[in-house]
Write a protein that binds this ligand. Sequence first.
Ligand code: GDP
Ligand code: CA
Length: 328
Amino acid sequence: MRIVVLTGGIGGARFLLGVRAYAQEVGAEVTAVVNVGDDLRLHGLRVCPDLDSVMYTLGGGADPERGWGRTGETWTVKEELAAYGAEPGWFGLGDKDLATHLVRTTMLDAGYPLHQVTEALATRWQPGVRLLPATNDRLETHVIVSARSELASPAAAGGFGGGQQAIHFQEWWVRHRAQLPTHRFVFVGAEAAKPAPGVAEAIAEADVVLIAPSNPVVSITPILAVAGVREAVTTGPAPVVGVSPIIGGAPVRGMADRCLAVVGVECSAAGVGQLYGARTAGGLLDGWLVAEEDAQTVVPQVTVRAAPLRMIDEAATVAMVRAAVEMA
Ligand code: GDP
Ligand code: CA
């Protein structure tokens, strides 16, 4: 059996731990198609937060408490950069993590495409699943917020009046904690981006495509903003089953509710299910797996099933994966 998973970073990485264990049980091959919309250049280095979260988590090198970055991390370089007053001070790169970005950037600058660089980095981490960036091309999530001059005047902060500016997703998320008056998301470069080699092929050859319980707006949507990826998923032979990242009206961890509010989608299993939509109606889903407390969820033309969806440990996550695959 071949399983393809569309995934973001931390939530998706936890889910993939369950997918990998399930795949080992049943003898399946797994390909993870990972969001690159969060990627950024910092201090001259290419940083891929979601690819690294997945790689470190599956490779046993992720910090389980912080949720991102490496175990046993130190911050000497960060402190030295701060001593120079080097911006951005709000994005912390650990010393161990920096080695990854140095290797990645060196390879990219030498002309290797991102999917090959990712494969090379993974030879160290042995994640046990094939990791592919959604695209090798530039695709960055930017956020349109009220311009600073408007923010200075609280009365105008909610107004549109032309006073808008775009900031990188990481600045909105990490620096401003998603608290700015926000108008919309833009996936810069998405129109021209092509699926990374292997992505469309993996989807076309899959027996099931799973949508991880990742942030629907800023992890899954940017993957699907690559037209060739969206087309492969919506027109492919494999059934597509999504797993809800929202349980009882709340994201289990993180601030997905803020992203959903920006795009005008209710923070609920039904809201996200409808955002993805039915494949038979031009959307994504054949099946939608929701938490037991959301068992009443209805998404037109989509089969909905309920199961425990809290990823408290690997066994619980494997059970989620099994439920999703069985729906297919
Ligand atoms: P990020 O890229 O690091 O933000 O991670 P993802 O986008 O892959 O995943 C973040 C999402 O995971 C959050 O928005 C939550 O809604 C979801 N999530 C986190 N923990 C759980 C869990 O235990 N169960 C479910 N169903 N969703 C979860
Ligand atoms: Ca992310």
